[in-house]
Design a protein around this ligand. Sequence first.
Ligand SMILES: [Zn+2]
Length: 138
Amino acid sequence: MRARYRNAKDTRWLYRLEDRTLKYNRFANADRPMDELRKIADRVWAAEGGSRRKPTIRGTDGVRYGGKQYSFCSGFTDIVLARAQRNVLVLLHELSHALGPCVHGAKFIKLYFRLLHKWGGYNRPFLQSVAAERGIAL
Ligand SMILES: [Zn+2]
């Protein structure tokens, strides 16, 4: 129960961060066609995925959470991008799940923020200060 509560808190924090703070990056937040996102995912995976199988990336309506439709990654191999979330930010979020943890704890944030810097055009000191709010050192 305790771990579950922490996971829910981490998820709320992260979603709020994506909605309110990480959205100020045009490159990462621009709506893109699925084909373009798959090409970006190919490049990211070639550099980050090692010998792991690249996940399939599909566009659907996503899954409902707190009144909104969200994208998700299931079982490390299947990424679903919700209609309103077809952008590099969400793609990198889901690729971080495919490469690592399913929960949004410190391990996930470290990986996700590394990808946001390398592939999403976010500046590192900015990401470090955001992570520090949560007690996470990048
Ligand atoms: Zn997630």
